[in-house]
Design a protein around this ligand. Structure first.
Ligand SMILES: C[C@H](O)[C@H](O)[C@H]1CNC2=NC(N)=NC(=O)C2=N1
Length: 112
């Protein structure tokens, strides 16, 4: 199996299977720096990226936005001076899918 950031993000359908807690814990080891938080009972993969200033944070934000548009899978992105917080989850299944871990790995490639 190739590294997560090299895998293709499948389009997510409402009947796609949510990852179980055990599967989430297993995938989490492949995306260092990301943690799973609970938002209104939904597990969400989150990470903060630090930058020198707002312009660099905004460039990264747009790169993540382009990545999301390519695969039609979209994160929540909060852009601040010197910091961008990226949250990934799958709205349609109100949970985490392997796609979210693939997208997190691709996001780290852009921000590390
Ligand atoms: C039709 C379109 O592909 C869907 O509405 C997509 C858009 N982007 C999405 N992004 C995320 N994160 N979860 C979804 O369920 C989702 N659905």
């Amino acid at each position: 199996m190739s590294a997560l950031h090299e895998q293709t993000c499948e389009a997510c359908s409402a009947d796609a299977a949510k990852l179980t807690k055990t599967e989430i814990d297993k995938h989490a080891t492949d995306v260092p720096g990301w943690t799973v938080k609970s938002v209104e009972g939904i597990p969400v993969l989150t990470r903060e990226f630090e930058f020198k200033n707002f312009a660099e944070a905004l460039t990264f934000t747009n790169q993540v936005g382009d990545l999301a548009e390519e695969v039609q899978h979209h994160p929540k992105i909060v852009t601040e001076y010197g910091k961008v917080t990226v949250d990934w989850w799958t709205h349609k299944i109100k949970g985490l899918h392997k796609n979210d871990f693939i997208m997190a790995a691709k996001t780290s490639k852009l921000g590390d």
